[in-house]
Design a protein around this ligand. Structure first.
Ligand SMILES: Cc1ncc(COP(=O)(O)O)c(C=O)c1O
Length: 478
């Protein structure tokens, strides 16, 4: 409650702008802003003019004038014999800012949306408890600005994990924790590439990487993908002197192809001859359903390979934790770019993820999630196959959290979009993951983190819509 005594100093949560020369205008502006943004609530009694004048070392006349102005604005009201109050009914436009109408892209979330993972309550409780432990036991040093590479604890766990499961031997000192794959990509572009330089991208490919690299001013060179991965010979023909290639060799996004050993060798050979960087995005290798895991490109000894991993699939995307493994020669350069950007992601979250790795909880979670996701993959593939009566070619991937259902060739260019609208499903199209027109069309279908009944219903709708559309078009299914 504001004081009514003119002798006591008052403590209004306002700050005066010394740049406003006139005392009355200065106090009026400060009070006006505080009322409009809600710091001084409706009905609050304002201090007497004498008390306020004393608090800010202003003349009493200036405060009286400011109060009169507030009364004129309708922001204050005088009550006979009692003083001045913040108005009970503030003019509508003053009490709340009009909602801004901004065109902000939010990602789909219903069945088939990518970027969803299973919500495991037990794991989240453990994770939350771990974050809490780190926060309450934090030292002054841990509460300060730290190493721009991020949590050493997490980097050490990542190095152990990569050595045992991806064939990559790396020093935790060359690992950098980032706020997601896109941020890592952006930092690599900033530190190692110059705007206007060419970078090879798989076609079709990861649309978010397209956006990041375009924003960094890179010249995007779409290089076709076939059954062995990126066609290195095409890349050499299109842009032999490109400065970098961004690839997903373990599980090409979105087609699901695993890059053959011959292509891996060809890509490494090109990079070393062209002195180019390969950015290997190994985003979902923890979810392999058949066959042994393949050694990462970075594990083949490429000093020109920057390896990128993420916790968005193994845990969940809103964590915003990913990492880069940097070749020694460029580590300092990229880490400098990191310092200049925002230093590092929240250390308590990173330390808690390290706990889940070291106590085996993450590995146990992944074993359970793998079974669940494999089941979801079967559910979608079989419902789509049946409902489309074989008209969609459904490719069941050996790895990952999405599959692709291809449309036959020869349909109109907007066939995918029309079928998607008919089926009312949220799915990305292959054409939306492509930089150039004219490639195969199909649906990129995320199956992780969704209820299996929703997946089945959505797969049936999509399959039936595709069947009806294709039958109508007269195009034969290949
Ligand atoms: C190819 C690819 N890379 C990386 C990611 C993860 O990105 P982030 O770490 O920014 O969440 C995804 C997520 O869907 C992806 O599809």
């Amino acid at each position: 409650m504001a004081t009514t005594s003119s002798r006591r100093t008052v403590d209004l949560p306002i700050a005066l702008d010394a740049g406003i020369p006139n005392q009355a205008s200065r106090i009026h502006a400060a009070l006006r802003v505080a009322i409009v943004d809600g710091r001084l609530r409706p009905g609050l009694k304002l201090p007497s003019s004498r008390a306020l004048a004393e608090q800010f070392g202003l003349s009493r006349n200036a405060v009286v004038a400011a109060y009169e102005q507030l009364l004129g604005d309708g922001l204050a009201e005088a009550r006979q014999g009692s003083g001045t109050y913040v108005a009970d009914d503030l003019p509508a436009a003053q009490s709340a800012a009009a909602p801004a109408r901004l065109d902000v892209e939010t990602l789909p979330s219903r069945a088939f949306a990518l970027g969803r993972t299973h919500v495991d309550g037990g794991l989240l409780r453990q994770f939350g408890a771990s974050v809490r432990r780190h926060v309450v036991a934090a030292s002054a040093e841990q509460l300060g600005y730290g190493d721009p590479r991020g949590s050493l604890k997490l980097r050490a766990e990542i190095a152990r994990h990569l050595a045992s499961s991806r064939g990559i031997r790396c020093d935790p000192g060359c690992i950098m924790i980032t706020g997601g794959t896109q941020q890592g990509l952006r930092l690599c572009a900033e530190a190692l590439l110059s705007p206007g330089e060419a970078i090879w991208l798989e076609e079709p490919g990861y649309y978010a990487a397209h956006g990041t690299l375009r924003a960094a001013g890179m010249r995007l060179i779409p290089v076709p993908v076939d059954g062995e991965g990126i066609r290195v010979s095409d890349g050499r023909a299109l842009a032999p002197l490109a400065r970098a290639a961004y690839v997903t060799p373990s599980h090409q996004f979105p087609t699901g192809v695993t890059m053959s050993m011959a292509r891996r060798v060809a890509l490494l050979d090109w990079a070393s001859a062209a002195q180019a960087w390969i950015i290997e995005d190994d985003y979902d290798s923890e979810f392999r359903y058949a066959g042994p895991p393949l050694t990462a490109l970075a594990g083949l000894g490429g000093e020109r390979v920057i390896y990128s991993g993420t916790f968005s699939k193994t845990l969940f995307p809103s964590l915003r934790l990913a990492y880069l493994v940097l070749p020694r020669a460029i580590a300092e350069q990229v880490i400098k770019a990191r310092s200049a950007a925002d230093r590092f992601p929240p250390a308590f979250l990173a330390d808690a993820v390290a706990d889940l790795m070291s106590n085996g909880m993450l590995a146990a979670h992944l074993r359970r999630a793998r079974l669940r996701y494999r089941q979801a993959r079967e559910t979608v593939a079989s419902a789509l196959g049946q409902a489309s009566r074989g008209r969609l070619r459904v490719v069941v991937p050996p790895q990952g959290l999405h599959l692709v259902a291809y449309l036959p060739a020869g349909l109109p260019i907007d066939a995918g979009a029309r079928i998607r609208a008919m089926a009312a499903v949220e799915t990305r199209l292959l054409s939306e993951a492509s930089l150039s027109p004219g490639g195969m069309e199909g649906f990129i279908l995320g199956f992780s983190g969704h209820d299996s009944r929703d997946l089945t219903a959505a797969a049936r709708r999509l399959g039936q819509a595709a069947d009806a559309y294709i039958a109508d078009s007269g195009v034969a299914t290949d």
